[in-house]
Design a protein around this ligand. Structure first.
Ligand code: BTN
Length: 243
C-alpha cells in the first residue's frame, strides 16, 4: 500500500487527484504536514497549520454507479466519528459531513470525483482533522465554532496512531458499503448524528428555509419538514441549528 508523505502541499486532495489521474491505485493515501491552500467544502478554506493536524486524502476506485458515490462521504463521516469516539471524545456528525465535539467542528470531509455518466474513474476522499491545534491556531473568526481533539481531551494526540485507527475504520466501513450497500452506513450515521430531531436553518445554492430535520433518506439527502408541513429533500447545502 502506498502512502505519499509530504511536508508542504497546496492541498492533499489536489495531489491525490493528480496521482489518481496518472493511474494511482485504490487505497493510495496522501498526507502532508501542512497545506498552503487547504480546501473546504463550498469553496471555503481549510486552515492547515504545520505539524499539528491530520491532512489526509485517500484515492478510491469503488465499484459503484456515480449516483451512489456521494454515499462515500457519509461512510467517511461514520468512520471519522467512530475513531474520535474511540479516542475518548463525544463526537457527532452534523449533516452532511462535519464532525463536531460539543457543537464545535473538529473535522471535515471533502469528496471529489472523476466520473463518466456510467462509471466512476476514481474518488478522492479528503479528510482534515484538527488533532493538536490550540485556540491561537484558529483565526479569530473561527474560534467560537472550531475545536481540536487535543483541546477537548486536554492532552496531546499522537498523529500516526490516530491516522492508522482512522484508516482501519475507513477500510472496514468501505468494505461493508461495497458488500451490502448503504443500509448499515445510514443506520450508523443516524445514531451518530446531532442534526436529526433539530430545528434547522437550511442554506442551499438556491434558497434558505427553516424546518425540522427528520431523517436522511436512502441516498443520504436530508429530509426537512417545513412549517407548512411539507417535506423538503436537501441533497447539498449547509444546515445551522436554530432554537
Ligand atoms: C469541510 O468541512 O469544508 C471539508 C474540509 C476538508 C479538509 C481536508 S484536509 C485534507 C484534504 N485536502 C484538502 O485540501 N481538503 C481536505
Amino acid at each position: 500500500r502506498t502512502l505519499h508523505c509530504h511536508g508542504t502541499l497546496a492541498s492533499t486532495n489536489e495531489l491525490a487527484f493528480r496521482l489518481a489521474h496518472e493511474g494511482a491505485e485504490h487505497g493510495e493515501v496522501v498526507v502532508a504536514e501542512q497545506q498552503t491552500a487547504g480546501k473546504g467544502r463550498r469553496g471555503r478554506v481549510w486552515v492547515s497549520p504545520p505539524g499539528l493536524n491530520l491532512y489526509f486524502s485517500a484515492i478510491l476506485r469503488p465499484e459503484l454507479p456515480p449516483q451512489h458515490a456521494p454515499e462515500l462521504t457519509l461512510v467517511a463521516a461514520v468512520a471519522l466519528a467512530e475513531t474520535l469516539r474511540e479516542a475518548g471524545a463525544e463526537a457527532a456528525i452534523k449533516w452532511p459531513n462535519d464532525v463536531q465535539i460539543d457543537g464545535r467542528k473538529v473535522a471535515g470531509i471533502l469528496t471529489e470525483m472523476s466520473a463518466e455518466p456510467e462509471r466512476v474513474h476514481f474518488v478522492v476522499l479528503g479528510i482534515g482533522v484538527n488533532l493538536n491545534a490550540q485556540r491561537e491556531h484558529f483565526p479569530e473568526e473561527l474560534r467560537a465554532q472550531a475545536t481540536s481533539l487535543s483541546l477537548e481531551l486536554g492532552r496531546p494526540v499522537p498523529r500516526a496512531s490516530f491516522a492508522a485507527a482512522l484508516w482501519l475504520r475507513l477500510e472496514e466501513w468501505l468494505a461493508r458499503h461495497q458488500e451490502v450497500g448503504f443500509g448499515p452506513v445510514r443506520r450508523r450515521w443516524k445514531e451518530l448524528s446531532c442534526t436529526l430531531g433539530q430545528d434547522v436553518l437550511v442554506r442551499t445554492a438556491r434558497l434558505e428555509f427553516r424546518g425540522m430535520a427528520e431523517d436522511v433518506d436512502e441516498s443520504g439527502a436530508l429530509l426537512v419538514r417545513t412549517p407548512s408541513g411539507s417535506i423538503e429533500r436537501v441533497l447539498a447545502g449547509d444546515v445551522e441549528q436554530v432554537r
